[in-house]
Write a protein of this length. Structure first.
Length: 367
């Protein structure tokens, strides 16, 4: 049914001495009515489309919420072949880092407007971290800035761009628990899913699990230190999917998987997940790719993309961002791993810790 109106007929008497022009006046008035109504119809259709889009969108106010630490990464690169026991000439870079900080920026670079729940220093450096996240359209309204709120990661890379060694100084993350106590209901109720570092303080993870169960939200876990995380296996069983590397999977299952092939690793996951009462797990295997499995049966392997490696820092974080985003917005685990693989490949070709900007449609994500 058309929403365009017809103007009332113009009577000759209404036109006075110019009654002979009544038809012209009526036509002009008709044109004016139709132009105004076309604008009204356009607005109506636009509102209807927006309403339909909103019904189809999974995005809540806070999008994907990411919890964890902010680090300053200090990275050294040799000019020539790296000598482990010698003095290596090269250059040093200072970059905003941290697993969760990288993950949330990667998700933001997919134009998915996530929320970061973490802390930063109350210094110029901390303010710079927050401003950068805001420039990437990350919601930072729940972040806190406190003294010594950020950690430091000191890393040295060899001439192939692979990590030769590192030392990490982790910040005190307990203020995140205060944020959850104060605003947790508002944050979690209005989110699409949650990504969290599983080795944060146990009290934080416990509170987060409670909130996710209360509001029926999906919870995905990434690892900074599996040796810490494995001590709270009862809480890890509450995560919908755990994402880790091959060595970390060995720590989790108390075995050595460092020499396993992708086919062997896939079989191990498929066999051990159900007994471990873990719903799903994805294991990255460096240049070989990644394997995945769900406790209810699905498993598979996704090969790594062949690209020129410059710096592997942040590749795992980008992978996690892609997997989490895919799972959040309706992809199967296998398809989500493919998204993660593409994002990881985009990171290792540069010295940046995060992926470049993409549109979600490039990955088949509608959000």
């Amino acid at each position: 049914m058309s929403c365009l109106r017809e103007p009332l007929p113009v009577r000759r008497a209404d036109c006075g001495a110019h009654g002979e022009n009544s038809e012209i006046i009526w036509m002009l008035r008709r044109k004016k009515f139709r132009e105004a109504d076309e604008v009204t119809c356009l607005k109506k259709r636009r509102n209807e489309k927006t309403g339909e889009e909103k019904r189809n969108m999974a995005v809540n106010k806070n999008g994907i919420v990411v919890l964890g630490a902010v680090f300053v990464d200090i990275k050294g690169f040799p000019e020539d072949i790296y000598v482990p026991d010698g003095r290596n000439a090269g250059h040093v870079e200072y970059i905003h880092g941290g697993v969760s900080r990288n993950v949330v920026e990667d998700i933001a670079n997919l134009e998915l407007r996530p929320t970061f729940l973490g802390i930063a220093d109350n210094t110029a450096l901390g303010e710079d971290v927050v401003r950068k996240l805001q420039r990437h359209k990350v919601n930072t309204e729940y972040m806190k800035e406190i003294p010594n709120g950020m950690g430091t990661w000191l890393a040295v890379f060899d001439h192939n761009g692979d990590l030769a060694g590192s030392i990490s100084q982790r910040p005190n993350l307990m203020p995140i628990l205060d944020i959850l106590e104060e605003n947790g209901d508002e944050i979690i109720e209005n989110c699409d899913s949650i990504v969290a570092e599983i080795d944060m303080d146990k009290e934080i993870i416990k509170k987060l699990v409670q909130l996710c169960e209360k509001y029926d939200k999906k919870l995905y876990g990434v690892v900074s230190n599996m040796n810490i995380a494995v001590s709270r296996r009862d809480l890890l069983q509450k995560f919908d999917c755990l994402i880790c590397n091959q060595i970390e999977a060995g720590v989790f299952f108390s075995d050595d998987y460092s020499e396993k092939t992708p086919a062997e690793m896939e079989k191990i996951l498929a066999e051990r997940l159900k007994a471990a009462n873990v719903p799903a797990m994805v294991v990255t295997m460096g240049g070989d790719g990644a394997v995945y499995a769900e406790a209810d049966g699905e498993s598979g392997f996704c090969p790594a993309q062949k690209v020129q490696v410059k710096d592997t820092t942040g590749a795992g974080d980008a992978f996690c961002a892609g997997v989490s985003a895919g799972l959040t917005y309706g992809k199967t685990l296998g398809k989500a791993v493919e998204i993660g693989t593409r994002l990881a490949a985009s990171v290792i070709t540069s010295s940046e810790n995060v992926c470049p900007r993409f549109r979600p449609e490039e990955f088949g994500i509608e959000a």
